[in-house]
Design a protein around this ligand. Structure first.
Ligand SMILES: Cc1cc2nc3c(=O)[nH]c(=O)nc-3n(C[C@H](O)[C@H](O)[C@H](O)COP(=O)(O)OP(=O)(O)OC[C@H]3O[C@@H](n4cnc5c(N)ncnc54)[C@H](O)[C@@H]3O)c2cc1C
Length: 277
């Protein structure tokens, strides 16, 4: 959704250009209010919007569990522990808590990357941002409801079992705090209720909260730390990491295995974000 017809046309042009290189974007339509009503009868909106078949709903928690289960089938040992690095040299890196050494280490620690590296003389351009989502439990068949992206923060995301997720907030002043605070979701929920009034009859059954990692230019980065070819990092995935994370993981695996990467790593230069103090 966009605020004016011109912005809708501009977005349509951008989407059509991207479609050339991204065939997953299948169809793009401008949808008038009467067609919107057919697609979602509880919907109340009086302007055109853009509809696409592209996209999927990914549950981050389930994705993580599936990745770990998949990793185990390849013989990986998974250790659930908070770790820190003891020593870093060119041929091995020692992890303090399990007292083991590794020839290559990947730090995929999101917003907590600075905590792992600052003690070793690195400065890291990463800050935390708190995000909260509200879960509304409906008795609807949510497989029939489109995912809606209004202007602003409050996406309306149909999930399984009648659940609809609304959010998320972008809170820059809360550090690593993971407590829930419903007052931060008031505006987002009001927007959702205005667009889908029938939602207001159902309870908010749960609040979800997480911490995003942002670099000062909002770009992600990944690859080896400068002058340390056996220590890899990935961070700065911001609000797109469920989408870009799997791709970045595959790129790092290829770098470690000295295989050709799909993307040019120079476009995501770690040295711009991690420097020796
Ligand atoms: C509310 C919310 C909504 C979002 N919505 C979307 C969306 O719609 N689409 C999208 O693509 N992305 C979305 N994101 C962003 C996405 O979740 C992140 O970009 C992604 O999770 C980043 O992945 P990551 O692996 O880099 O970091 P994380 O997922 O943060 O994982 C880092 C892990 O490292 C662990 N860790 C840190 N330090 C240590 C240590 N010392 N020892 C051991 N473990 C450690 C942490 O506990 C954490 O589990 C959203 C995020 C939030 C918070």
């Amino acid at each position: 959704m966009k605020k004016t017809p011109k912005l809708i046309d501009d977005l349509m042009t951008i989407a059509q250009k991207r479609q050339v290189e991204a065939p997953l974007i299948q169809e793009i339509h401008k949808l008038s209010p009467s067609y919107q009503q057919v697609a979602f009868p509880d919907w109340t909106y009086s302007s055109d919007l853009i509809q696409t078949d592209a996209g999927a709903v990914v549950d981050g928690q389930v994705l993580c569990q599936d990745l770990l289960a998949g990793a185990r089938t390849f013989g990986l040992r998974v250790k659930n522990m908070k770790v820190s690095l003891d020593s870093i040299s060119d041929h091995e890196i020692t992890v303090k808590e399990d007292n083991e050494s590794y020839d290559t280490v990947v730090l995929a620690s999101g917003a907590w990357l600075p905590k792992l590296l600052t003690d070793h003389g690195f400065q890291v351009d990463i800050r935390p941002q708190k995000g909260q989502l509200a879960v509304i439990q409906t008795d609807w068949d949510t497989s029939q409801i489109p995912l809606i992206m209004p202007e602003g923060e409050g996406d309306i995301i149909p999930h399984l079992d009648g659940k609809i997720y609304i959010g998320a907030t972008h809170e820059d002043d809360q550090g690593y705090d993971l407590s829930t605070n419903p007052s931060q979701l008031t505006d987002i929920l009001s927007t959702a209720y205005a667009l889908v009034p029938a939602l207001a009859q159902f309870p908010v059954s749960e609040l979800k909260v997480g911490t995003r990692a942002y670099a000062s230019d909002y770009a992600p980065f990944y690859g080896p730390v400068p002058n340390q070819t056996n220590l890899f990092v990935a961070s700065g995935l911001g609000s797109s990491g469920l989408t870009t994370g799997p791709l970045i993981g595959r790129e790092i695996a290829r770098m470690i295995n000295k295989e050709t990467t799909a993307l040019d790593p120079n476009d995501y230069p770690v040295g711009n974000y991690i420097t020796r103090v």
